[in-house]
Write a protein that binds this ligand. Structure first.
Ligand SMILES: [Fe+2]
Ligand SMILES: [Fe+2]
Length: 288
């Protein structure tokens, strides 16, 4: 029996701790050698483990509906893309300043790596904005409702989700409607019919969905769906179009995970390129 944790806690020092943990779970292929036999579960920091526990205990179907009602009214504020990026930077990391760069640097490192590889401009832009949904934290949301691997709710939780044992305290695990493999869904219904656990991915998808190509929207909406794009779970909820689009989600993932240690980027130098790119796709203000 695992004792539930108070859901108001924010166990992570900063949001990057979850991403650092992803790197431990999914190391870069070149860094993997000799580490195959490491026991990932034994090495996870206690605060990160607590974070997963909170996430798994509280992401219920009902919670997701509540958050959708609250945030998909988009009545928090009006902001342009730059303003949102600067606002996100208020989430200052208070752990090791040498390792943890401000949020905006992660966005630039991701997008600049995509640009260097000669990908289409919408892909670069997607890299730049993909984590802007983390501003949910600045609207007072707890860490477990902003970051963390995402997964479908309304059907059984996959045992390939990190620390699946923590779902024992999620009330949906005991709900007969939600705890069969398909739950409330039809086989092959397509991910658009599926409710995902609530967080920065789903929120940003809804904020930007009228302005970007579909491939970009898939990346934004499912980039934290590690059980799907890395573990191959929940294929029975996907249709062929999802599978096709997930090629882009998978293409994006290494840029998100493995570009974090590169040199500091000269923001002033690249700013004009991004100004034009943002103007090409977005209005001057969006509803958040
Ligand atoms: Fe993210
Ligand atoms: Fe990211």
């Amino acid at each position: 029996m695992i004792e539930p944790i108070n859901p108001e806690q924010n166990p992570l020092d900063d949001l990057h701790q979850w991403e650092e943990d992803l790197l431990a779970r999914y190391p870069h292929p070149e860094n993997k050698k000799g580490k195959e036999f490491r026991n990932y579960n034994a090495e996870v920091r206690p605060c990160v483990k607590n974070f997963y526990q909170l996430n798994h205990e509280n992401q219920t179907f009902e919670f997701v509906q509540k958050k959708r009602q609250e945030f998909l009214k988009f009545n928090q504020r009006k902001m342009g893309i730059w303003e949102a990026a600067e606002f996100l930077n208020n989430l200052v990391d208070d752990s090791d300043p040498d390792i943890d760069l401000p949020q905006i640097d992660h966005l630039f490192q991701t997008s600049e790596a995509i640009r260097k590889d000669g990908h289409p401009d919408w892909f670069v832009l997607t890299g730049f904005i993909h984590d802007l949904g983390k501003i949910l934290c600045l609207f007072g949301e707890p860490q477990w409702a902003v970051v963390g691997d995402t997964f479908p709710v309304g059907c059984a939780f996959s045992d390939k989700i990190v620390f699946p044992e923590f779902f024992a305290n999620n009330p949906d695990s005991k709900n007969p409607e939600y705890s069969t493999e398909l739950g409330i869904y039809q086989k092959g219904c397509g991910l658009d019919q599926v409710f995902m656990s609530w967080g920065h991915d789903e929120y940003l998808y809804h904020v930007v969905k009228d302005f970007l190509p579909e491939e970009a929207l898939y990346i934004i909406r499912y980039h934290s769906f590690y059980p799907g794009h890395r573990e191959g779970e929940y294929d029975f909820l996907m249709n062929d179009h999802d599978r096709e689009m997930f090629r882009w989600v998978r293409k994006f993932n290494p840029y998100d995970l493995y570009t974090k240690c590169t040199n500091q980027i000269n923001r002033d130098e690249i700013r004009p390129y991004y100004d034009d790119l943002i103007r090409k796709y977005f209005p001057s203000e969006l509803n958040w």
